[in-house]
Design a protein around this ligand. Structure first.
Ligand code: GTP
Length: 414
């Protein structure tokens, strides 16, 4: 037995086996997509694997010569179509825009290839190479889409999958450059050996892609489940649990001793919105208010809905910055009116307590102090900002005013 026969693979059996395995993995993705609404986009990948499997199925069977043209057409079209489905799947999974013109371009490759080299100027070599050029374009687009992971949790998976695609692009180009006789003779292998390497590489690549798609889908479901535990479903802000987790992570990662301030916010007379207009209107107010909070305080600050109509912002800034932000939010709410689809105009105001964490003060104590300032704001007549350090002043002096007194203020340590 010489070296070449020892490594030669039965390509026909391999193609059939690969087709079957791909279809089974596609079925698994389809099952996953039908079981979880969050995994619905996995169905694009599933269709991709089925259609690609079909392109392999059409070759191993011995058919009469009359069947050759439909077999070639089916092979080229299914190969082209499968790339569309894979790309749509990755674009949707990665929350990237679907670009129809690129899909049309990709599908044009096998169509033009068949029209030109199968019918107008029959040339099997050109036909294969032209369709392969479309596949190379698809692989480049695929690796590009993998450079933008939709979430931090799956960034590593994306990176590894991208490496696999890049390696396959190299093997693919080597293989077709060999077929086209572009490579120098020294870089070429005998046909049987070459085909074996390419078939095995394609098998490994498709298996990697299938396992990668399944792993990505499970990783995304796990990440979304983790979100459910830490994100408030109504407003999309951190919930109480998410807030304390994030606070813990923030404290662990904090190296410098920048000031930390807390802004505690509560919507005034919120119960009366529910009582007067119904719970749905109350929910709408909470959602709108959360959007306002994100718009005003959104950059790098912790924003959470702690329960009911109570919200918290934690920021790495001093009391002056907290007071300015709090007053901005209060004013924005005072001037805002929300009109529901039924034409109901809803207006709310907010009471706010602010506090800068003292150097020797625990965050737990600081949160209680911010809360106390908030209740002082409620007692004081609502729709105002109260600083905890001013709580012992006469009632008309407790709330924040954009005057020099606040700017000169130094927080007390407790
Ligand atoms: N619509 C809606 N209402 C909620 C939700 N969570 C809590 N609430 C309601 O929020 C209201 C809070 O009322 P209170 O604690 O009395 O406070 P308030 O009416 O805002 O009065 P003050 O805080 O004193 O100004 C209650 O009626 C709760 O039922 C929610 O997710 N959606």
């Amino acid at each position: 037995m010489n070296g070449i026969t020892a490594f030669t693979v039965d390509i026909t059996t391999l193609a059939l086996a690969r087709g079957i395995v791909q279809m089974m993995l596609g079925g698994l993705l389809l099952y996953l997509g039908s079981r979880h609404s969050d995994a619905r986009d996995a169905r694009w990948w599933a269709i991709g694997f089925f259609v690609n499997g079909l392109s392999l199925f059409v070759f191993p069977f011995a058919l009469p010569a009359a069947w050759e043209p439909p077999r070639v057409i089916l092979n080229h079209l299914t190969l082209g179509a499968s790339s569309l489905f894979f790309l749509i799947g990755f674009w949707k999974f990665g929350q990237q825009p679907v670009r129809p013109w690129l899909l049309v371009l990709l599908m044009l490759f096998p169509i033009v290839s068949l029209t030109a080299w199968e019918y107008l100027w029959p040339n099997a070599r050109y036909r294969i190479l032209f369709t392969a050029a479309g596949q190379i374009l698809y692989l480049f687009l695929l690796q590009h889409s993998l450079s933008h992971p939709p979430r931090e949790e799956i960034a590593r998976l994306y990176k590894r999958l991208r490496y696999a695609v890049v390696v396959y692009i190299l093997v693919y180009i080597w293989s077709y450059a060999s077929i086209a006789e572009i490579l120098p003779t020294t870089a070429r292998l005998t046909l049987g050996y070459h085909r074996s390497i390419f078939s095995v590489a394609s098998l490994l690549y498709m298996l990697t892609l299938a396992v990668g798609c399944l792993t990505l889908q499970f990783a995304m479901l796990a990440a979304r489940n983790a979100d459910l535990a830490r994100i408030d479903w109504l407003t999309g802000l951190l919930n109480r649990r998410g807030f304390f987790n994030a606070l813990q992570l923030k404290q662990q990662g904090q190296r410098n001793h920048s000031p930390t301030s807390i802004v505690a916010i509560d919507i005034d007379h919120f119960k009366s919105i529910n009582d007067r207009y119904g719970h749905a209107c109350g929910d709408l107010v909470l959602q709108d208010f959360s959007q306002q909070l994100q718009a005003h305080a959104g950059n790098g600050r912790l924003i959470a809905r702690m329960g009911g109509e109570e919200f918290l912002i934690v920021m790495d800034e001093d009391l002056n910055a907290a007071a300015t932000l709090a007053e901005e939010i209060r004013k924005a709410l005072e001037q805002r009116s929300l009109v529901t689809s039924d034409g109901i105009t809803l207006r709310v105001t907010v009471s706010i307590g602010i506090h800068q964490v003292g150097t020797a003060e625990s965050i737990e104590k600081a949160l209680i102090n911010a809360d106390q300032a908030l209740y002082t704001a409620k007692e004081n007549g609502r729709n105002q900002v109260v600083c905890w350090s001013f709580r012992d002043l006469p009632a008309d002096q407790r709330h924040y005013r954009a005057d020099s007194r606040m700017r000169a203020h130094q927080p007390q340590n407790s």
